[in-house]
Ligand binder design. Sequence first.
Ligand code: GLC
Length: 507
Amino acid sequence: MRLHTPKVELQAMAKPLSILFVTSEVYPFAKTGGLADVSYSLPLALRELGHDIRVMAPKYGSISERKNRIHEINRLRDIPIPIGDTESYATVKSSSINNPRSKVQAYITTNSNYFDAKKGFYADPATGLDYPDNDERFVFFGHSVIQTCMLLGWVPDIIHCNDWQTGILPALVRLKHNDLFAKTKIIYTIHNFGLQGDFPMKTLTKTGFSTGDSDALSHKKKVNFMKAGIHFSDCITTVSPTYAKEVLADQKLSNGLSDVLKTKPDRMVGIAHGVDLNTWNPKTDAYLTKKYDKTSLEDKAPNKETVLERFGLPVHHDKRVPLIAMVTRINDQKGIQLILDAEKDLFKKDIQFVLLGEGDHSFYPKLEALAKKYPDKFSLRIEFDDELAHLMEAGADMFLMPSKYEPCGLNQQYSLVYGTVPIVRSTGGLADTVTDFDKKTGEGTGFVFKDYTAKAMLAAIDKACKHYDVEEQWNALVLNGMNEDRSWGRAARQYSELYRALMKDML
Ligand code: GLC
């Protein structure tokens, strides 16, 4: 007879929970950043633990209904939604997210004015500026979530909200519909404290809350959706243990919300993401020119050639020139300024550098000028291209993430899986997932620098380039990263345990 039942089995035997995972973007429908990847892989990993989990997200104008098999359901048509004194209508459609083993039901909120008519998710792609009605758009989305539960007669055990776009939902649930959701626990995951959804105080009238509730909903004299999320949720998580600590300690990083977090003792948990190995795996990745694994590292080379060709950079056959890649939102958080500051010393080196991403338009001319000045070394694509992102993970030798701050970061983890050595700043999730290479012991998976300066970044790049010169020693470092287990299982189990503790009021 077995005396101990392993924890994993216990969990599998426990009663499954019903969970509604609410997000503003989910891969493959819509992606601007890591949130979309998490909103895809975490629900699927939780499904695989046996839970009844469903995902809900808005349908922006750029999402194709046909391609994504989004279709209407009778019960969820033309649902009236109050916004201030007016009424709009949501039609919630059905689809699913899938991997080869599992399927998760998705509900997609549609509305022509708020979502369909706009191609961008949060900002107008033409100008890079936020849509002026973002407050209404996400209040509308929040209402549509509640109405969907009501019309389906499905009151989940857990509502899992993400980032500022869904921050108003916990307030709507607790202030307006608490009878129905009295037993439902709300968990709020903050992927980035840098964007809090702050709006002028007059937004309050659009939410339908009374001025008596304005303290809980506002911060620094503005309506703040993230503050509302923190205030009205039963548990707050963020996306890595180090970022959780940093945010609690540093008022600047949290824009002053650390104080609000501190009123909820022991309720701020940091759980780092895993990698979805169905989507991000060099062994099976259909986007690659040549697939490879730990035993065929030489097959990274054809991918490198493709990347260089796509970016219009020369292919060097006569010498080893490291290719550094960045796939990133182009903004201050991601350390773009350090690239600009490092320009002279960086491009003195015998390197090639490719950058893919979009974001803050003010950086575009500066980066374009670099590409013009160093046409054989630096090339830039200002766009979002998932296929090219996969190719770059495979084809590059090094992956640079010099972030000012980084809640978790997924690309450094994809890089480890693809045998592309990350060069990262020691902050947030980067510090939790990459270890600095130690030449003496041969341990470590990347190159880590501390200070947010061009000098510190250049020193790390230098170290990486020197190490790259000797192929065998470089390959040993590459294998350190590829040998680590980065699957989602660990993180999904942590969330599952958290849900169960919440249900038992054990937090
Ligand atoms: C945000 C954060 C990033 C994190 C992602 C998913 O994009 O900036 O660090 O990995 O959300 O949680």
